[in-house]
Design a protein around this ligand. Structure first.
Ligand SMILES: C[SH](C)CC(=O)O
Length: 266
């Protein structure tokens, strides 16, 4: 299609999320790497970006957003990733669980559950869809857990009960992390821990676990999306490895937008 058309129709704007998110750093590099001189990346929030997507989609208007998988948006809207031949947005990545130093000694049961936590993109998407359809994150977590007892029992297998021990999980309000943090938080709660969830920005999410004020985060997008945050704090926390694999970041458009590659925006 004619890039001028999409540029004019979108005011040469790519609608992004919070400025600290790794996908925003990747989106900024795509503007440089692909020479998208007159394009600009609009900062905001995940919620605001989704609201813009809904509005544009209802009016069949062109829109370009910073999108990622898993996400319920792909089951609700007919969307596609723009090809990224320069690989600016990384390949298929992983989400890791990270805990504070000392957790294994202080709360061995919680440590074991967090270490054994692992699920697929379809599981996370199911919880995200429940939330998008109006359930509270806590109710959505409860429903998914009730429907997936066999998977959850693998996470809790061999773990000591919580006996009311306090556990704080920290996360950023991305739909993916709202889903995962509420699920693992509910599992810990059902296992006897007194769980609190703290919603923060990306930097404070890592800093909180690194300085021990939070016990764990389950939203570390690695290896490239959160590379800088991870390298800054990696000596101060314990990386328990992946809890999900097969994520994807990129520029996303409704299928009715005729372009198929970031290169066509130039
Ligand atoms: C859930 S977002 C892709 C994560 C990030 O970009 O930092």
């Amino acid at each position: 299609g004619d890039p001028k058309a999409i540029g004019g129709q979108t005011n040469y704007e790519i609608i992004g999320i919070e400025p600290g998110a790794g996908i925003m750093k990747q989106a900024n590099s795509s503007i440089t790497e692909y020479g998208l001189d007159n394009w600009k990346l609009v900062e905001g929030s995940s919620a605001a970006m989704i609201a813009e997507l809904k509005k544009a989609y209802e009016n069949k208007q062109p829109i370009i957003i910073t999108g990622w998988s898993p996400h319920w948006m792909f089951s609700k809207f007919d969307l596609k990733y723009l090809d990224d031949p320069k690989g600016v947005f990384g390949g298929a990545e992983e989400i890791h669980t990270i805990v504070r130093k000392g957790l294994e000694q202080d709360a061995p049961g919680a440590y074991k559950i967090l270490d054994q936590f692992s699920w697929e993109t379809g599981d996370m998407e199911a919880v995200m869809v429940y939330i998008e359809e109006g359930m509270s994150p806590s109710e959505a977590a409860e429903k998914w857990i009730a429907e997936n007892q066999e998977k959850v029992s693998k996470w809790t297998n061999g773990a000591d009960k919580g006996n009311g021990k306090k556990m704080n999980l920290v996360y950023v309000a991305w739909d993916t992390e709202i889903a995962s943090t509420n699920v693992i938080g509910k599992v810990l709660e059902q296992y006897g821990y007194d769980v609190s969830l703290s919603q923060v920005e990306v930097g404070p999410m890592y800093a909180g676990v690194a300085n021990g004020s939070s016990d764990a985060l389950v939203g570390a997008w690695l290896p490239s999306t959160h590379e800088e945050y991870f390298n800054t704090y990696k000596n101060d926390f314990v990386d328990l490895g992946l809890n999900l694999k097969g994520t994807k970041n990129g520029l996303v458009v409704p299928k009715y937008v005729e372009i198929n590659s970031i290169e066509e925006l130039k």
